[in-house]
Ligand binder design. Sequence first.
Ligand code: G4P
Length: 530
Amino acid sequence: MAYTEEINKRRTFAIISHPDAGKTTLTEKLLLFGGAIQTAGAVKSNKIRKTATSDFMEIEKQRGISVATSVMGFRYNNVQVNLLDTPGHKDFAEDTYRTLTAVDSVILVVDCAKGVEAQTERLMEVCRMRNTPVIIFVNKMDREGKNPFDLLDELEEKLSIKVRPLSWPISMGSTFKGVYNLYDKSLLLFNPNKTKIEEDIVAVENIDDELLDEQVGEDEAKQLREDVTLIEGVYDPFTQEPYLAGNIAPVFFGSAINNFGVKELLDTFIRISPKPGARPTDKREVEPEENNFSGFVFKIHANLDPRHRDRIAFLRVCSGKFERNKFYHHVRLDKDFRFSSPASFMAQEKSIIEEAFPGDVIGLYDTGNFKIGDTLTEGEDLLFKGIPSFSPEIFKELINTDPMKSKQLEKGIEQLTDEGVAQLFTQSSGSKRIVGTVGELQFEVIQYRLLHEYGASCRFEPRSIHKACWFTSDDRAQLEKFLDVKSQYIAYDKDRNAVFLAESPFLLQMAIDQYPAVTFHFTSEFKRDT
Ligand code: G4P
């Protein structure tokens, strides 16, 4: 098998959370442990302030910084860890979903007081769709939070996944003493500490060791023994397979800001998380060990300098070895390209690489040839699956406000939607363009970027559309009837697939009932299957 050694030592993952649970803080601490950054605060600026909805400087700043922080690579215990950044702001959720297609596992951060929040649930749904292995980190144990048993129940119930605690907190908030590691049977003592990265680990023989009473106090030790007995009685022993299959999520407790429980999390992550695995395509599964290179683009980042329209396409290597200056086949365009300055991202540094292996993410300079989801191979005609578009949630009609600049507007909106900023639908009449996004912020970003990068001005008119769904049918007559009757609600996506723009849940249900031979799809993924 080719490249097995390289593949085995790679771990590519993302940290996800509802905003404010501590994703940025945890990211930073992991980078500190990995030696990728020396001081805390280095990645702090990597997020749009949650309150800002129209602060363009912030958006620009976010775009600038996130090129460097889109991938944060570091080495830890001889493992190449590739941490892919996901935007915290909910309006960029689609960007996060796409990034999740490029990882092999995730760490989900939950605030111990808030428990499962709206975005935690949605992100987890995306993980479940692909059976992505998940480790849960319950953060902020230095604050009063929910009872840990209640929290585990909540995680299981709201995230529809079985959980298995691997560490257990000893009290919390102002009386937080630390955690007992159920896996290693060691005790980790809590010392509020925002700068050091060492941890106080006390080796205890087992849960009955008297050292425990000495270290955390008799009452706490008694409570811990009761809790552990309960846990061992309720939960099956942890094994790796159900975790790797996405059926069980191991749970850790800690406090990212205090560097507490982070090393334990990272060590376990390195030990149990999956190495780069096989990936589905429209033709067959691609194994990472295959000799031939293949990979797909999951993110496109525009150049910050509006005078240069080149972009960086982020490609996840799925098989074989990528080499600089070698020709690769762009399957959608049926054209060959080579890349003279592919970039890798170690820590906060971007540098040109000669080669890359499965699990790696590389940045390719692009002058407009790439779209999200594009596949590169050594000639084989296949397309990676699992990079779907979801139905947008907000729809607006794009109105050109400067007829002299229609060409620029056309080009701008095409390119921005290639980047995945939003989805573009053209209505059957041919002239109306509907832009669909998951958040209001995108419309502001689009308007701003069209003006500053393409010199085109526009405005948006709200359209009352509930969902855009794709549809297929084997029953030609019924399909044609549907197209005819619903013609004013039919539009086409950028790949010329017909889309039904349902105005309300009621009208969508009516269409589903009235046209039983028509199948409605709520992600664009079906395209690859047909
Ligand atoms: P996010 O990326 O998920 O949005 O969360 P982020 O890491 O920015 O953390 C959100 C807030 O929670 C920050 O406070 C951060 O300092 C705090 N935080 C993170 N981990 C812990 C923890 O273990 N314990 C406690 N008590 N707080 C934690 P902030 O006030 O919003 O920002 P800052 O002023 O501290 O920078």
